[in-house]
Design a protein around this ligand. Sequence first.
Ligand code: FES
Length: 193
Amino acid sequence: MADRIRFVLNDEPVELSGVSPMTTLLDWLRDRRGLRGTKEGCAEGDCGACTVVLAELHGGGLRYRAVNACILFVPALDGKALLTVESLSAPGEPLHPVQEAWIEVQVPQCGFCQNGQIMTAKALLDRNPSASEAEIRFQLAGNLKYGGLVEVPFGMTLRELLYDFGGGSASGRPLRAVQVGGPLGSYLPAAQF
Ligand code: FES
């Protein structure tokens, strides 16, 4: 059992104790927190349906990366910030630009896998706002949908979808409280500030 785990979940502080080291993040999100936007597909790290975004301190700022919640154990969250698809747009607020684009051009087919796709795209854009088509394709290769890889209809490239379709801005609502020096900064390792 881990003694204490502190992290930020969608701009809210979380402190846990007595969590089994074998509890996966996917189970914890869905069963304990009721955050069902993170989907379970293969449950073994292959399909990307469970993709969430982790933010970690790196070089004085935050570095974002997409991770598979089904193969990440909850204690690994300590000192990090976690974003699920529920964080992208609050009720009454506009959708995240990636969500808008996905819906508008009907990328998702049945929709089961799209939350994972969107979170992968968000992590990439937060990390590299000028990613190339090749990098976008490489990153999204881990997010499968029915019939194979993510493709955009109407002859668009993925880069056109992410950068051009939404008016050139795809970064969306930033993390508020978790900014370096922000009110939840103490949940990240203080030595790195
Ligand atoms: Fe398929 Fe996690 S559920 S990668």
